[in-house]
Design a protein around this ligand. Structure first.
Ligand code: FAD
Length: 360
């Protein structure tokens, strides 16, 4: 996203990616209205919308009954929905667009192994030999080597939760609603995907790394009574960690995305937050390149604003996870009453804005 935005802005940019071939791992699916605007800015929103499913509403259920519903129709005038597309498809669209904008400047199979900020430029050590650039952006994920080599520390926010996730055939394809089952044993979430699929995510008591899609289907049935369709791919277990870098830039090195902040997937914000970093970083980098004297303030503003957005996203994700924890007795009653209140006017408009990332 950032490379495309910089190229559209007329800047010279290269991407170094350690993978030889793209990953097909299941990760993000939800793309929110501010991100759709960013995708429109680089010219791929239409291609993405053609392929993605539009989620227009969300419903919360417990014990076989509906607790409340939330419509996204009024959350953002230009894009009154959240869209769902597997991350590997979205990434393929971004790579294709960058190739159109800067042919031959995406280098796969090149790992960054070290860096030295000389003051006037950054020297990178890579498996394909040295590279020099006026600025280096670490978009290298939670285990960022760029962050580590720039000496930027990384701290844990909040608690750790574990989930199981998998895609199944949708017995009633064509749905445009997300469903959150706030059950006694823990939350189960279900989202429509293209090609008659649904993504299911269930909170687990511990990291069940040897679980398969049969185990996930049984857990969903046990908690919600829903029989999922045929399994389409391997189920995966993941542990949620929320972490934030102490800074998002040091000299001529800048961080974006998960390299700077890792946000729980519950609520589907992480990828979107990284894209919104990119939207903010493009003008900051342009200014830093044009006016050397303004670099510290442009990148300082970027750092403050985007770390504030990341803290907010982490708080929201923490709230989402807390709402989905196992609940019984008084706690269950209080949680369900809160859900009913949040899905009714006037709170529902604010909640819909939060869930479509309008405040980030
Ligand atoms: C199970 C799951 C579900 C999720 N669901 C959602 C969702 O619905 N919505 C949402 O918004 N987010 C979601 N996320 C989060 C989202 O996947 C991440 O926020 C997003 O992938 C971060 O993108 P990134 O480019 O910053 O980092 P990454 O996707 O981690 O990409 C980093 C890239 O850098 C490369 N790299 C690393 N080190 C080097 C090096 N030394 N040299 C060269 N290249 C290197 C890697 O190969 C990789 O391609 C989910 C995450 C998970 C795990």
């Amino acid at each position: 996203m950032l490379a495309c935005a910089l190229a559209v802005g007329g800047l010279d940019v290269e991407v170094l990616e350690q993978r030889e071939t793209p990953t097909l791992r299941s990760r993000a699916i939800g793309i929110h209205p501010p991100s759709l605007a960013a995708l429109a800015g680089i010219g791929i929103a239409d291609a993405l919308l053609e392929r993605a499913v539009r989620i227009r509403a969300g419903e919360v259920r417990c014990d076989g009954r509906r607790l409340g519903a939330l419509s996204f129709e009024r959350a953002a005038p230009a894009y009154p929905f959240v869209v769902a597309l597997p991350q590997y498809e979205t990434e393929a669209l971004l790579r294709k667009r960058f190739e159109q904008l800067r042919p031959g400047r995406y280098h796969s199979g090149v790992t960054v192994t070290g860096l030295h900020d000389r003051g006037d430029a950054v020297e990178l050590a890579t498996t394909a030999g040295p590279v020099e650039a006026r600025y280096v952006v670490g978009a290298d994920g939670p285990r960022s080597r760029v962050r580590e080599r720039a000496g930027i520390s990384w701290r844990q926010l909040g608690s750790r939760e574990t989930y199981l996730m998998g895609d199944f055939a949708d017995p009633a394809p064509g749905g445009t609603s997300a469903v959150l089952y706030f059950e006694r044993g823990g939350v189960v979430e279900s989202f429509p995907l293209p090609d008659g699929r649904r993504r299911w995510v269930a909170m687990s008591d511990y990291l069940v790394s040897d679980a398969d899609s049969v185990d996930l289907a049984a857990l969903i049935r046990h908690r919600t009574g829903v029989r999922v369709g045929e399994s389409l791919g391997v189920a995966s277990a993941f542990a949620v960690q929320q972490r934030l870098a102490e800074r998002m830039h040091a000299g001529r090195v800048v961080l974006v995305g998960d390299a700077a902040h890792q946000i729980s997937p519950i609520g589907g914000q992480g990828m979107n937050l990284g894209w919104l970093d990119a939207v903010a970083l493009r003008p900051a980098l342009q200014r830093a390149l044009l006016e050397q004297g303004a670099a510290a303030s442009a990148l300082g503003d970027y750092d403050r604003n985007r770390r504030r957005a990341a803290r907010r996203a982490a708080l929201q994700a923490g709230f989402n996870m807390a709402m989905g924890r196992p609940a019984h007795g008084v706690r269950l009653g209080a949680r369900n009453a809160l859900v009913r209140g949040l899905t009714l006017p006037p709170a529902n408009e604010l909640v819909a804005r939060a869930f479509t990332m309008r405040w980030l």
